[in-house]
Design a protein around this ligand. Structure first.
Ligand SMILES: O=P(O)(O)OC[C@H]1O[C@](O)(COP(=O)(O)O)[C@@H](O)[C@@H]1O
Ligand SMILES: [Mg+2]
Ligand SMILES: [Mg+2]
Length: 341
């Protein structure tokens, strides 16, 4: 971490963004403004979540999204709030949202950026007051400014991200993001309406003893994953599964651990979406010294082919992700040996 950028805990998000801009002359004001727009929407969604039970916006919305999943009212509300903030902010030309079939054109033809977003992550936890989140990625458009965002703009590899982050609406609400210079966490103080730097230069422990996996799909897991889970249990690791990707990831970022959502019979390509869940958290994981794989390799190298494509995800402490990959590779070798004989 560059010392002159070491900012004191308690610095406001706004000051942090401005300070970063002073020290990173290449950082354009537009990206700073875009981060502010996201923070604004997060504050609004935070308020909606906190009073959801009071104004009856819990429960199902009564429609399915493009994923064929039952939309919750808060999924729809969060989607509307983030799209509105990004459209009004003027910096984004197009948006990919988990809740929208197609690319959303904002009308900002001069906008230099694309945002891929999961407006509300952990929908199954909304009604039971368990922490949920928002996940986002920011890309530079590749098409000429002055026109609508294109499919090419939206289908970029994770390695092309210029920023990524998440909001976790938990016991406190935090915004955690990277612009490629480390990971910083900001805690929201609702009474002041401000995010304050609370977790400067977040680093993911190289290893840990926590594994997060929904073992409901165990019977159809790849053998290598089954073998890794046995390895965890033999070594006395703790199983922790919140059911909100953001919350499971955030705990592992702080304490060390690995989150695994493999291909299953129900989700043959995995359940999580490449563009606005896997890649976004992968960028943060790597910037914090962690790792993110699809079981075969670095997930940010995957060339997207569909807006809402899914991927197996193994993400967290680097040594733990390496171990999972080791078990998967050993299984492939074993299968190849059997086939060869
Ligand atoms: O219920 P399952 O199959 O364990 O899946 C839980 C996973 O699905 C998700 O809820 C998917 O995200 P959405 O809620 O945004 O659809 C993740 O947050 C979570 O890790
Ligand atoms: Mg999600
Ligand atoms: Mg979602």
């Amino acid at each position: 971490m560059n010392d002159k950028l070491a900012l004191p805990v308690g610095t406001t998000l706004d000051r942090f963004i401005m300070r970063k801009q002073e020290d990173f002359p290449f950082a354009t004001g537009e990206l700073s403004q875009l981060l502010r727009d996201i923070a604004l929407a997060a504050k609004i969604v935070n308020r909606e979540i906190n009073r959801a039970g009071l104004i009856d916006v819990t429960g199902a919305y009564g429609q399915q999204n493009v994923q064929g999943e039952e939309q919750q009212k808060l999924d729809v509300i969060a989607n509307i709030r983030f799209i509105r903030a990004l459209r009004n902010g003027g910096e984004v030309c197009a948006i990919i949202s988990e809740e929208e079939d197609e690319i959303i054109q904002t009308g900002n033809l001069k906008g230099k950026y694309i945002v891929a977003i999961d407006p509300l992550d952990g929908s199954s936890n909304i009604d039971v007051n368990v922490s949920i989140g928002t996940i986002f990625s920011i890309y530079r458009r590749v098409s000429e400014a002055g026109s609508e965002g294109t499919m090419e703009d939206c289908m970029q590899k994770g390695t092309a991200q210029i920023a990524a982050g998440y909001v976790v609406y938990g016991s406190s609400t935090m915004l955690v993001y990277t612009t490629g210079h480390g990971v910083n966490g900001f805690t929201y103080e609702p009474s002041l309406g401000e995010f304050f730097l609370s977790h400067p230069n977040m680093c993911m422990p190289k290893t840990g003893t926590i594994y997060s996996c929904n073992e409901g799909g165990y019977n159809s897991f790849p053998e290598g994953i089954k073998n890794y889970l046995s390895y965890c249990k033999e070594n006395g690791y703790s199983g922790r599964y919140i059911g909100s990707l953001v919350s499971d990831f955030h705990r592992n970022l702080i304490k060390g651990g690995v989150y695994i959502y493999p291909a299953t019979a129900k989700a043959p390509n995995g359940k999580l979406r490449l563009l606005y869940e896997c890649n976004s958290l992968a960028y943060i994981a790597e910037q914090a010294g962690g790792k993110a794989s699809n079981g075969k390799g670095r997930i940010m190298e995957v060339e997207p082919t569909e807006l809402h494509q899914r991927s197996p995800l193994i993400i967290g402490s680097s040594e733990m992700v390496n171990k999972v990959e080791e078990f998967l590779k050993a299984e492939i070798k074993k299968t190849e040996a059997v086939t060869a004989n």
